[in-house]
Design a protein around this ligand. Structure first.
Ligand code: SF4
Ligand code: MG
Length: 321
């Protein structure tokens, strides 16, 4: 299978300004040396606690943020440093579905205008010319025909997310980064929106980077799963291998926290002590050592590299070196 996206040693740091001259006094290492690839047509789920850098990775891949270092290859093209016209051109192929459909749509804009906007921007076509196409899209994401003339504020959260999805699809992108697309929605509509995303993946030949903090949502959606901690990718594997045999102590803790209905399958919950340390001043050695139940003396000295320990299953932990 061909890779649609590859990121190599990607770093995205945010400067922290301080003092009278507002100099950069520190860096938030939001994404710190992350490498992975996504194959054409697959869904890579990215999980981790809030602040672990998953959204920053998504935004850097879409080039909404500039990477500090590393490389982003999209469909064979190096997009790491694209600017201006070239970036605009490339952007047609990758779109984002945002977490909060309330914040990401203008409530006073007509739905027909919202969904047609990307096509109008790129093709110069008029709203009128695009009406048929937009109607079709609205229909495809499960909105009523008359939605076209309504305003975003007239819709429920789930319906607004469908509008956001229709807008993301308007330019027929190859990759969609979905950043916690259902976490702001009522539980009752979450699975409908997730199932819609799955259907659209088939119909539109889409590849997904699916970001979530909820491991059960990711399990439902993904072919492979990456686990992030404090800006680092600590484990990546296909879904089956990840849930059957999580290797990293952090992944083991996350999986042990998933509610399990079947008492025979229930494992003891691993409760982590302490908070996630600050990404401004991350711990030395393994970033997880301050909370790891398995930590040894060396863990605060040596930063383990991500290493493939079984086919397709990689982990960054000295227990497997
Ligand atoms: Fe835990 Fe050490 Fe492995 Fe880090 S390297 S996850 S601290 S055992
Ligand atoms: Mg986020």
């Amino acid at each position: 299978e061909e890779n649609l996206l590859e990121i190599h040693n990607l770093k995205t740091y945010y400067p922290v300004k301080g003092g009278f001259f507002k100099r950069t006094v520190a860096n938030v290492k939001a994404v710190d040396d992350v490498t992975f690839e996504i194959k054409k047509g697959e869904t890579l789920g990215l999980v981790g606690e809030s602040g672990c850098g998953k959204s920053t990775i998504g935004r850097t891949i879409l080039r909404l943020l500039n990477p500090t270092d590393g490389k982003i290859l999209f469909d064979g093209q190096d997009i790491t440093a694209l600017r201006g016209k070239n970036l605009r051109e490339a952007r047609q192929d990758f779109q984002m579905v945002f977490q909060d459909p309330y914040a990401s749509l203008n409530p006073m804009q007509m739905v027909g205008d919202i969904v047609s906007e990307p096509i109008r921007n790129y093709t110069g076509k008029s709203v009128k010319e695009l009406k048929g196409e937009v109607m079709q899209l609205l229909n495809r994401v499960g909105l009523p025909e008359d939605a076209y003339y309504k305003y975003a504020h007239e819709f429920s959260g789930g319906q607004r997310q469908r509008i956001g999805i229709a807008r993301a699809l308007a330019l027929k992108p190859k990759l969609i980064v979905a950043d916690e697309p259902v976490s702001a929605l009522d539980v009752s509509v979450q699975s409908q929106v997730l199932n819609l995303l799955k259907e659209l993946q088939e119909d539109f030949d889409l590849t997904y980077l699916f970001i979530a903090h909820d491991l059960s949502v990711v399990k439902h959606m993904s072919d492979r799963i990456g686990v992030m901690y404090l800006g680092n990718l600590v484990e990546i594997a296909d879904k089956k291998s990840m849930y059957a045999e999580p290797l990293h102590p952090y992944t083991q803790a996350l999986i042990s926290a998933i509610p399990e209905a079947d008492p025979k399958k229930k494992k003891d919950r691993i409760v982590l002590q302490g908070d996630v340390p600050s990404p401004i001043n991350p711990p030395s050695g393994c970033p997880f050592h301050t909370r790891c139940p398995m930590a040894k003396a060396d863990c605060s000295k040596i930063k383990p590299a991500l290493k493939e320990v079984k086919p397709g299953h990689s982990v960054a932990c000295i227990l497997y070196e």
